[in-house]
Design a protein. Sequence first.
Length: 623
Amino acid sequence: MDKNSWTGLLLIVGIMIVWGYFTKPSEEEIARQKHVRDSVEQVMQQMQQKELEAKQQVKETTVIAPASESHEQKNNETKEIYGDFANAATGEQEFTTVENNLLKIKFLNQGGRVYSVELKKYKTFDGKPLILFTGDSTEFGLNFFSKNRSISTNQLFFNLTEGGNITAADKPITVKYTLNIDSNRYIEYKYIISPDSYVVDFDINFSGMNNLIANNTGYISLNWKSYITGFEKARKWEKQNTTIFYKFYKNDVESVSARSSDTKEDLETPVKWISYKQQFFNSTLIAKKYFDNGIVKVSEPANPKYLKYFSSNISLAYNGEAKTSYPMEFYFGPNHYKTLRTLNIDLEEIITLGMSVIRWVNVGFVIPLFNWLGKFISNYGIIILIMTIIIKIIIFPFTYKSYMSSAKMKALKPEVDKISAKFPKSEDAMKKQQATMALYKKVGVSPMGGCLPLLFQMPLLFAMFRFFPNSIELRQQSFLWANDLSTYDAVIHLPFTVPFGFGDHISLFALLMTIVNVVYMKFNDQMSMGGNQMAGMKAMMYMMPVMMLFWFNSYASALSYYYFLSLLITILQTWLIRRRINDEEILAKLKSAQANKKPPKKSKFQQKMEEMAKQRGVKPPKR
């Protein structure tokens, strides 16, 4: 490309960056009912404080009590702390494991909750079982007031009333945990696990709790907290793609900034689901209808073995009826676009495929093409090769048009040099520019002709940049020396870390992409229009591949492999086009076209104005 083409390309990129900055949503656009959320959080803090004080009181009393009275006194104090729930305050932990073809779910009677989830078809990068979370790193339970006592079900012991250690092979399995006060008053957690599904039905049922829960209670809090474990080799990249997503009821999907280390967001309107999203997997709590509101937090964990710490305080509307039910669902599984889309709740939008046009290209073209090729080919390296060839064929008309524009500019270079010689002084720069533009207009050449075709190709380039690092199909798929196309292909490990994102390794595909990029720059340099003026531009052009090496060295090797192939095919296309094009023939055609160019036909308005001018004795301007 020539100087004007590069200038236009940089302008286009600049416009896109500025446009993205000024069109991002304002933080003040969702400011509604903040006082409600603040009051809920204040109540929760009071509940937690009372619970801590009560536990401390139990410890102190137990120490000073005589041995003969300690057991009885402890029971009395437990009754004082938990009231009607005192019988569930003590017990022994018991686990129940239920499997289907995709999941292995372990339940714990303390809290009646899901203790851990293993995805049976996936492994961590080092070959260990992929366990989304364990009970030691997560909390899940209800919080409410009962007769001026703060009750947290996460610590209470439920009874397993249905289900057991069983596999859901050909029919759904039901698991029920009940927190009993008596036969008519209880809280029930009901889980249904289907044979071939990542979705677990989950219902919370209240029976006869209206006499136990405080009369002024309008909401019951559902607390969900989890330390997020890493599963991938590229920990930094995985961390950047780990955050909380949520969907407002009948509205947009939004997220907490993945680059944030400590952020709280108030969800002040009804919410359809909240998702704890990692690079390739997620745990999502889905309301069959909606959650009234909530607070989500993302923070940096103190323990370095975890990526992040997530917490959600979800409000469930409570109207004091004897029978109350909260139907929900869990999704424990991969960030697989087709799988998430079948849920029909926009959960597929947690996959970062780009914004607006870029996402449309991925969803409407790249993903369907990738999936279609996957039906016939099992090797993903070959699939990427064929995809690259198909894409280059589709955009070839734009590539050809861009090259022809550059070729025309090169053919006109002798004429442009004559204009430069005619206006050698710096103060005549404007005249030289006007004369050059007049020449281009005369022969019908547009200086932007080489850039506009690139504008149509850029969405595809950016779409691939988003698609490959977030495609779970490529995870742990090998090709040539790359063991995992979803992460970097380290062929050399360095004893030190190179700054600016390069890392402590060298990725061979990224290195090959850089080398081919430099070759392409050199190969394309002869089309350049400039002399000394182009020295700075050339230096920047050759710096770009080096900068890209730093960017791509820790990215998905599939992305570097794609750009490597794309550049190779572009070089081949350019070489073939040049063999069929002669600069002298192009210049001759330009002059011939100008000589045979018919003057534009005058409009009726122009003809009428000229007639009126003649009547007044004014000569019309010459063309």
